[in-house]
Design a protein around this ligand. Structure first.
Ligand SMILES: Cc1ncc(COP(=O)(O)O)c(C=O)c1O
Length: 387
């Protein structure tokens, strides 16, 4: 088994692929209307329900994550519906824009970048607008690395019979606990290139019972993303449109890998990488950007006098490690490190050491307390202690 990669993709998606996934992706094509493929699809859909932690059906859509977000909107909303959109960064902004394009009467609750939404603000809005049809929120806002209080929001919104809680879990589902039924999430979307450790190209969605009532009564037009059509097809063991055979076959492998290890263990591995990064970032003089950080991704402020974009570019060029910089107002000010995907501890060690190298190169007067050799020893000890 290969353990060292030429490129180490530690971005918040896409991510490093497991060798078994790469193997599955290179298999010869089979047709999607065959008993062989039907079996794989059925297995995937059942296992996906366990990731969503729902008794309702889960779906695989051939689209990037944004298609899944659109699917939640077109199925659950109609033009003119009152919608509350939480905008805490790039992806919140995108979902609000989408809702508006579909004719929602949108109110936007904006947070400062790096802040999580306050449940009390949503509570206040719902008290004043009890007929709100949906609240839209990212679980993890990838542009800032913040984790929103999804459980508490779910409990709040559950008290409003007219309101659906739609959650963009594209960088959260499969990386952080997000039990859909238990937390009263009414529509949830995940993306293949994140915690599902696949290339980009699939989104995963599921809806609550409360949402299904709305979906079935909803008169607004939808075609590609009509989930009622997909439900019928899935009940007959197939997808409505041509199936993304290669990615679905690889998904089956990923889900087996996750459940063989145990779902909780899989989440713990990601949490360990996040804790490791937060811990050793301090030695690199990199402060945490969000106040309530997710485990999927760590966003760190770069020291004064260093351009975050240059830092990430140099890390890639000199050491073949891909992380991301900031977007919009955070451009140049932060770097973002992903913790999802197939990541081995030597790759995490390498990341910290190479970051120290590039930081020193870009700002030679930065004073690190620890030498690379000391850091390496401490990191090895940390890993031994925690794992
Ligand atoms: C939170 C979040 N929402 C939506 C998206 C959009 O997903 P995609 O680029 O797969 O359409 C992303 C992608 O990074 C994301 O992180």
């Amino acid at each position: 088994m290969q353990t060292v990669f030429d490129y180490n993709v530690l971005a918040p998606g896409p991510v490093n692929l497991h060798p078994k996934v790469r193997e599955a992706l290179s298999l010869p094509m089979i047709h999607h209307r065959t008993p062989e493929f039907d079996k794989i699809l059925n297995q995937c859909l059942k296992k996906l329900q366990q990731v969503f932690r729902t008794r309702e059906p889960a779906f695989i859509i051939s689209s990037t994550g944004s298609g899944g977000m659109e699917s939640l909107l077109v199925n659950a909303l109609a033009p003119g519906d009152e919608v509350l959109g939480i905008d805490s960064g790039k992806f919140g902004e995108r979902w609000c824009e989408m809702a508006q394009i579909y004719g929602a009467q949108l109110t936007v609750l904006k947070t400062n970048w790096g802040d999580a939404i306050k449940v009390s603000e949503v509570a206040k809005h719902l008290q004043q607008h009890p007929l709100t049809k949906a609240v839209l929120c990212q679980a993890c806002e990838t542009s800032t690395g913040v984790l929103h209080p999804i459980r508490e929001l779910g409990e709040l919104i559950h008290q409003y019979p007219q309101t659906l809680f739609l959650v963009d879990g594209i960088t959260a589902l499969g990386a952080t606990p997000l039990p859909m039924d238990e937390w009263f999430i009414d529509g949830l979307v995940g993306g293949s290139q994140k915690a599902f450790m696949l290339p980009t190209g699939l989104s995963f969605v599921a809806f609550s019972k409360k949402a299904w009532t709305v979906i079935n009564e909803n008169k607004s037009p939808r075609y590609y993303f009509d989930i009622r059509r997909e439900l019928k097809a899935n009940q007959n063991g197939e997808t409505f449109f041509s199936s993304n055979v290669s990615l679905i076959r690889a998904l089956n492998v990923v889900l087996d890998l996750i459940f063989e290890k145990g779902y909780e263990n899989h989440l713990s591995e990601i949490a360990n990488r996040a804790n490791f990064t937060r811990h050793f970032a301090k030695d690199l003089l990199l402060d945490l950007y969000p106040h309530s950080p997710s485990n999927s991704i760590t966003a760190l402020k770069v020291p004064e006098g260093i351009d975050g974009q240059k830092l990430r570019a140099r890390l890639e060029e000199k050491h073949q490690i891909t992380i991301m910089g900031g977007q919009d107002q955070a451009k140049g000010k932060i770097i973002r490190i992903g913790h999802m995907g197939y990541i081995l501890w030597p790759q995490m060690l390498d990341l910290i050491l190479k970051l120290q190298d590039v930081l020193s190169e870009l700002k030679p007067d930065l004073k690190f307390e620890k030498t690379p050799a000391q850091l390496k020893m401490e990191m090895q000890a940390w890993i031994q202690h925690v794992c």
